[in-house]
Design a binder for this molecule. Structure first.
Ligand code: CA
Length: 338
């Protein structure tokens, strides 16, 4: 499977990338006890990471992704800059809420070792189009930030984009309240028009939204354990997740931990059998009126076959077990090097 990760790197985006890179390493090297890709006959080939805006600016997201790819031994993966603001806007500023959750640099104000690499010249939407033409149904795009570059690619080259295998969207809130307000999920809120364009595209979509991301919770003792592991990666991961959980302690005091939205979307991208309940339904976004940003079924397509599958439940314990064992593998690998 050829994979592009389109992310607004962000703390949970960073964890999703680490989940992916460790899983790829496990598949390649057959590391005992570490979950690799479910289908090892078609191992994941990460052909690029594209940078969107949301948790942070697109440029900061690109910087964070470059730094993370290098730090975790995948400096061969190119990074492409995506659209820097919503299609209908002139600029983008990180909201105070996002800065509170993800820090001023997107990764909890933790300083990552600086990568000397820069972004590619090709913009993200062009990379999507070229990759869809080249790899067709073998291509998956996982988007865990705003959907602006994806929408731009679909609008510019619908025939080319129709060749791709699957788009996984970490976004939407169909059966549960939103995260920004009672009906709007955060990634949709960044550019509702673009989210709507992707949802109405007729392309094969997998929706990993608030319906499933707001149920698995990572307890506060985990980052403490990582910080005290004696490993450089453990310290870095522990500081990042502790920062993230500090915001959750204010926003969701009863949780005593944090959700793992983007790592869950990554886990489902790598292994759809984690999902135990799918709803097949075309969706759209309400763009007018007081409920702007709400995910809802597309009334025009209620009675025809849908190419959209919405994850409604999944094997929560198995996901958390895989997440923890992949993070522990990185932490252990680092301490064994030192
Ligand atoms: Ca994200």
């Amino acid at each position: 499977m050829k994979l592009i990760v389109d992310c607004d790197t962000g703390i949970d985006d960073a964890l999703a990338l680490i989940y992916l890179l460790t899983s790829m390493d496990a598949t390649q090297h057959g590391l005992a006890g570490i979950p690799g890709a479910a289908d090892s006959s078609n191992p994941v080939d990460l052909i690029g990471v594209t940078a969107s805006f949301g948790n942070t600016t697109a440029r900061q997201s690109a910087r964070n992704s470059l730094d993370l790819l290098d730090l975790f031994g995948h400096s061969d993966v190119p990074v492409f800059l995506g659209h820097e603001h919503a299609l209908g806007a002139r600029s983008f500023e990180v909201s105070p809420g996002s800065a509170f959750i993800h820090g001023l640099n997107g990764v909890g104000d933790v300083e990552l070792p600086h990568s000397a690499r820069e972004v590619e010249k090709m913009p993200a939407d062009e990379f999507f189009i070229e990759s869809a033409r080249r790899y067709g149904s073998d291509l998956t795009i996982l988007s865990t930030g705003s959907f602006t570059s994806l929408a731009a690619a679909i609008t510019r080259a619908p025939e080319a984009m129709a060749k791709l295998g699957r788009i996984v969207m970490m976004g939407c809130a169909l059966t549960v309240p939103g995260s920004v307000n009672a009906w709007t999920e955060a990634n949709v809120s960044q550019d509702p028009e673009s989210a709507d364009t992707v949802l109405r595209s007729g392309l094969p979509l997998v929706i990993v939204g608030r319906d499933v991301t707001a149920v698995t919770h990572l307890a506060t003792d985990v980052p403490l354990r990582w910080k005290e592991s004696g490993s450089r990666i453990g310290l870095l991961l522990g500081q990042m997740v502790a920062f993230y959980q500090r915001a959750y302690a204010v926003n969701f005091p009863a949780l005593h931990g944090c959700f793992l939205p983007d790592p869950l979307a990554m886990a489902i991208t790598l292994d759809e059998s984690l999902v135990t309940n799918w709803l097949s339904r075309d969706l759209c976004i309400e763009l007018d009126g007081p409920t702007r940003g709400r995910t809802i079924a597309n009334r025009d397509n209620l009675f025809q076959h849908s190419s959209t599958r919405v994850a409604l439940d999944y094997q929560r314990d198995l996901f958390l077990k895989r997440f923890l064992s992949l993070m522990d593998a990185q932490i252990h690998r680092d301490s064994s090097v030192d």
